[in-house]
Design a protein around this ligand. Structure first.
Ligand SMILES: [Zn+2]
Length: 301
């Protein structure tokens, strides 16, 4: 039976306005809607007076100007980056120039070759954090203290930021309410992603605020459904291989019956991520290196 993921797409906001969404949390949504960003990038502001900004967003001048207008009588002291995709980190550069705040992140973009476009919006190769943050590190400012949670999978440098006392997690693109995450090799890694989902099951966070779309108010069942969904997809891929369907295009045809044309490439990337994981576990083999164009077969059933 197909796994039922409780996706949520109802999302009220106004472009260009910094709006309160919870006590001590404000959000402004950038006008960069797409099949991968939903309505656009949600930039969060935490605190009051001296604030942290999470994911300043794409390189859109109107977005940074609207954010700064909303903070006209306040000071940005910290810029936190969940990961280096082009819809998340590029605006850190202009926000840093305007405010003098330091940037915090796991590290520069690590995926693939420079200039290679993944299925998503691509990597931001220019971002280098001023302060390198690792799993469990604290980042503190006036009235708030984040705990960094390293959650590789969507990208190798993905961080979630928790406010443990409030049981809040800013989940970036690792866990979203409106959609599953794109796992696009080489930087996207299915085994790491599943481990990072399991890591969240061991935590006590009561609400997730993802970068795209609405908050997730029942995170544990949501995360469990994502894990079940990927296990189901993996089983479907193994069934394809058992039936002799061994290349990514044919697997996508069989498993993603209703996929929109614009998302077909992303579906292929996700299948590829599963295949790389299965090769790594010794369950399947590829003819030659496990590339997008390779043929795959089962080793044992
Ligand atoms: Zn992303």
């Amino acid at each position: 039976m197909a796994v039922d993921i409780p996706l949520r797409r109802e999302f009220s906001f106004e472009y260009g306005r910094l709006e309160p969404v919870a006590p001590g949390i404000r959000r402004i949504v950038a006008r960069n809607p797409s099949p991968f960003t939903f309505r656009g990038t949600g930039t969060y502001v935490i605190g009051r007076g001296e604030v942290a900004v999470i994911d300043p967003g794409p390189d859109l001048a109107e977005h940074v100007e609207a954010l700064l207008a909303g903070l006209s009588s306040e000071r940005v002291t910290h810029i936190l980056i969940t990961h280096t995709h082009r819809d998340h980190s590029p605006a850190a550069a202009s926000l840093k120039v305007a405010t003098g705040a330091a940037t915090y992140g796991y590290g520069p973009h690590a995926g693939g070759r420079r200039g290679e476009q993944g299925a998503e919006e691509g990597g931001d190769w220019d971002f280098v954090p001023d302060v390198t943050v690792r799993d469990g590190d604290s980042v503190a400012g006036k009235g708030w203290c984040f705990e960094a949670v390293h959650t590789p999978g969507h990208t190798s440098n993905h961080l979630c930021f928790a406010l443990p006392d409030d049981r809040i997690l800013f989940s970036g693109d690792h866990v979203m309410g409106w959609s599953t995450s794109v796992i696009s090799p080489p930087d996207g890694d299915m085994a790491a992603y599943l481990a990072s989902l399991n890591k969240l099951l061991g935590r006590r966070d009561a609400i997730y605020w993802p970068t795209h779309g609405p908050a997730i108010t029942e995170p544990q069942p949501h995360v469990r459904a994502f894990i079940a969904h990927r296990r189901e997809r993996e089983a479907g891929i193994l069934d394809c291989l058992a039936a002799g369907v061994g290349d990514i295009d044919a697997i996508v045809d069989r498993l993603y019956v209703k996929v929109q044309p614009g998302l077909r490439r992303a579906a292929g990337r996700s299948v590829h991520a599963h295949l790389i994981d299965l090769v790594g576990r010794g369950i399947i083999a590829s003819e030659g290196p496990p590339t997008l164009d390779a043929r795959y077969r089962r080793l044992r059933s």
